[in-house]
Design a protein around this ligand. Structure first.
Ligand code: ZN
Length: 425
């Protein structure tokens, strides 16, 4: 079977690692990064298929790292994939230089990792001779445990997964696949998640997940006050402190944006989406005159973060024309200035639908994208967008999630609020 014959899903879970195992895993990360680097250095400008890179670089990887044989093979394959994407970037007229491996991750496959779903544990191969560590999966409570629909079902087969070390925590991005039924090849039933960006809510998804900007706005005002005091002071040491404060503010904003980006990607995975759609960012500052904390910079950053996190999960990210997404009723399509009686409220003057304005806009972002997609000759096969309780196909309407997909069991009438200042997931 080829790669296209499978449905693929990723389940993200935190991992509880003992202090001893933690240092072993960190050493494994270092060995993995070195292994990938050795393979890329060897194969760069020479070859790019997995088998060619493996043949050329495997011995070097083994000699220069303590990676086990299967991990050395995976490092060669990783290098091959990265070289391949450099080549295709260059074919698109973009710049691409030789990859360097700095991020704290390791790739696993079914030979280097075993999942024990009943025990909610995994065993992971570490560097050295056939050694493994065991760790507990820290799964969310049942309500949010979308991971179970892949972990607990035999039809989903574990495939390539990655271990990540982030902000002092360990995460596993567990890859699963199942064969597509034969007749599904031609059907077009891809799903997207719509995302609206804004002032009071940094982002709202078409599945009604809200990422509030409250904490961020509050902190930004505090930073601003401190900066004001320091500027007034005017001494040289105040100037130095000012630079430190600005640096800390930047770090804080980036941390929040990372955590929102992670949340958006998780939401797309939870609802089995194939892609994430934003409004085009050009001109967003003019469209959001109330903007206090954010600048085009912050939204661009957020978009970039989502883009690379999504890509790592096999999701695409695209944008669509923002015209009228805030004034259009996502239920009936009626467009009018009066549909927006206040910043947060949407109330359709034609069909009477009342909703949070940003949530209505998130649905419109997805809807506009789908309509464009339907008219395009080389589309992605996307035909619907995800809500919390079902999917919407333009012109055909709403389909609730079947009991088959357990997404429905997480459905709640209230809006789910996410605190972007919380720890990045
Ligand atoms: Zn309406």
């Amino acid at each position: 079977m080829s790669d296209n014959d499978y449905h693929r899903r990723t389940a993200i879970t935190r991992l509880a690692v003992s202090p001893t195992d933690e240092s072993l895993l960190r050493e494994t990360i270092e060995a993995w990064k070195r292994g990938c680097q050795v393979a890329v250095d060897k194969a760069w400008e020479r070859c790019h298929s997995k088998s060619d890179v493996q043949q050329l670089a495997y011995d070097d990887v083994r000699e220069n790292t303590h990676l086990g044989s299967q991990h050395a093979i995976l490092a060669c394959h990783q290098a091959a994939e990265n070289i391949k994407s450099c080549i295709s970037r260059r074919q698109d007229g973009k710049k691409a230089s030789k990859p360097t491996y700095t991020s704290p991750t390791v790739t696993y496959d079914s030979r280097t990792m075993t999942i024990f779903p009943e025990k909610e544990q995994v065993s992971l191969t570490i560097h050295g001779d056939h050694a493994r560590v065991r760790a507990d999966l820290v799964l969310p409570d049942d309500e949010d445990g979308y991971q179970h629909q892949y972990l607990d079902r035999d039809e989903w087969e574990p495939t390539e997964s990655t271990l990540h070390y982030r902000d002092g925590e360990w995460y596993l991005h567990l890859g699963f696949r199942k064969p597509k039924p034969d007749d599904e090849e031609a059907t077009e039933n891809g799903t997207v998640l719509g995302v609206d960006l804004g002032v009071t809510e940094i982002a709202v998804t078409s599945t009604a997940r809200f990422f509030s900007a409250g904490e961020l706005n509050h902190k930004r005002r505090e930073f601003e006050r401190v900066r004001g005091d320091l500027q007034e002071c005017g001494t040289r040491s105040a100037h130095r402190t000012l630079e430190t404060v600005s640096g800390r503010e930047d770090e804080y904003v980036k941390h929040v944006l990372h955590s929102v980006a992670n949340g958006i990607v998780e939401e797309a995975l939870r609802y089995a989406c194939d892609g994430i759609v934003f409004e085009e960012l050009a001109g967003i500052r003019e469209r959001l005159p109330d903007a206090a904390w954010h600048s085009e910079w912050a939204f661009n950053r957020l978009f970039e973060y989502v883009e690379y996190k999504a890509e790592a999960e096999g999701l695409f990210v695209d944008t669509t024309n923002p015209k009228n997404t805030s004034k259009r009723c996502a239920e009936c399509g009626f467009i009018h200035d009066d549909n927006r009686p206040s910043r947060d409220t949407f109330e359709c003057q034609q069909c009477g639908t009342r909703n949070h304005a940003d949530y209505n806009a998130a649905k419109n972002v997805a809807d506009v994208y789908l309509r464009r997609e339907q008219q395009s000759s080389r589309g992605r096969g996307i035909s619907q967008y995800a809500l919390k309780s079902g999917t919407v196909t333009p012109n055909r309407g709403y389909t609730p999630y079947s009991h088959e997909s357990e997404v429905e069991s997480t459905d709640k009438p209230h809006l789910q609020r996410a605190n972007p200042s919380g720890s990045a997931k």
